[in-house]
Design a protein around this ligand. Sequence first.
Ligand code: 5GP
Ligand code: ZN
Length: 114
Amino acid sequence: MNNCLFCKIIAGDIPSTKVYEDEKVYAFRDINPQAPTHVLVIPKQHVTGMSGIDEADDATLAACLRACKKVAELEGLTENGFRVVSNCGDHACQSVHHLHFHVLGGHQLTENMA
Ligand code: 5GP
Ligand code: ZN
């Protein structure tokens, strides 16, 4: 966990552009955006990914989903729509092993999700 990139971002050891924060969640702009809005929502509690959510408090998991919606509102995405994605494991190309939700929007996203 000490070597986790996103834990370092939460701690402020690596700079990030904050979009939203509460007691359980931190949200910041992706360094390599795939859409006009591309925000990462992460729990402050270290959780390895979707396959590790049994380690996480229910309140933390709920806070992540609520934060995704909050980010969409803050970014003005709710009228036209947005997408929430969580990559898990090698086939999904997960590159950071701290649970995160990509919130994507701001233009027409493709139908193809796989
Ligand atoms: P994954 O590929 O694991 O689903 O998503 C990891 C995301 O983290 C990628 O979209 C990548 O661009 C983003 N990312 C990796 N390193 C950094 C960083 O240092 N800062 C920020 N803001 N995003 C990062
Ligand atoms: Zn972590």
